[in-house]
Design a protein around this ligand. Structure first.
Ligand SMILES: Nc1ncnc2c1ncn2[C@@H]1O[C@H](COP(=O)(O)OP(=O)(O)OP(=O)(O)O)[C@@H](O)[C@H]1O
Length: 265
């Protein structure tokens, strides 16, 4: 991944909507836990090179959708398809609360994990791999902390480290689950610049985020879901008052135990 130019990328929409072929196609997808749907009947496409903000209320199914795409959440009906060779080429960043920091790893070890997909679990890391890891750590501002145990990082530093691992992974599709939660404004802006840069490089990026101003400012496209799809397209159109009001109204009606989905697949 080329990181040299990222400092100069302004976090503003680069285009209205990607027109290219689909990187990920979602067809009538329902994700359900014990038959209680978290995402209902979602159909649409994340196009190659698109940068999409995945928005919606708490419990609206954003994490479930990302997990279903990477095979970590149960698909009750419908399917997710990928452009050729792309399924193995997804980098996924879970919510920071789901990442176990208890392992006795150093910062450089975690960056090195990004090579795993291409080098293989038992592959040897070469000097070139190590150089890429060090460059990625420098790109996220962690130069000098390479030997620090990960348990001794702040939340913001740890999120920078996970972004360094994503840089090393060099994947054409990147899914981020609330990547800016619990981090300060400077870290957020630094990491957002990386995200926009990935899109400029032609990667397909989807990020679940709660900050609607950021979504309108920095993401050309948005998908708004409140368990069911509300709108999908240009961020400024999707995140308008009417759509947001509909999402809020749906969320207010949710029961703790959502009813079993009755809509035919
Ligand atoms: N492993 C699970 N088992 C059972 N129910 C789950 C599981 N994961 C999520 N859910 C339920 O699925 C629904 C959608 O949750 P999900 O985490 O996908 O929403 P979200 O939009 O990411 O929410 P938030 O913004 O709060 O992170 C919620 O009702 C949640 O309780």
């Amino acid at each position: 991944m080329n990181v040299a130019h990222l400092k100069h990328v302004h976090p503003a929409p680069m285009h209205v909507a990607a027109e290219g072929p689909a990187a990920i196609s979602v067809c009538n997808l329902t994700v359900a836990y014990n038959r209680h749907p978290a995402v209902h009947h979602l159909t649409g496409q994340f196009r190659e090179g698109s940068l999409t903000a995945l928005c919606g209320p708490n419990g609206g199914g954003k994490s479930s959708l990302l997990k279903a795409i990477v095979g970590l959440a149960p698909i009750a009906s419908g399917h997710v398809d990928f452009a050729a060779d792309r399924k193995r080429a997804i980098a996924y960043l879970p919510q920071v609360v789901e990442v176990d920091r208890g392992f006795p790893l150093k910062v450089l070890d975690v960056a090195d994990l990004g090579h795993w997909r291409r080098a293989g679990a038992f592959g040897r890391l070469t000097a070139a791999h190590r150089k890429q890891s060090l460059a990625a750590l420098a790109a996220v501002g962690l130069q000098g902390l390479e030997q620090r145990p990960i348990e001794a990082l702040s939340v913001g530093q740890f999120q920078r480290l996970l972004f360094a691992r994503l840089i090393v992974e060099d994947a054409p599709i990147i899914l981020l689950d609330e990547p800016f939660n619990a981090i300060d404004q400077r870290t957020t802006e630094d990491l957002l610049r990386l995200v926009v840069g990935w899109s400029v490089e032609g990667r397909t990026v989807v990020a679940a985020i709660h900050d609607l101003d950021m979504a309108r400012r920095a993401f050309p496209e948005a998908l708004l879901i409140a368990r069911e799809p509300i709108a999908w397209g240009a961020a400024r159109d999707v995140l308008d008052d009417a759509h947001l009001a509909r999402a809020r109204a749906l969320a207010e009606g949710w029961l703790e135990n959502a009813p079993v989905c009755e809509v035919p697949a």
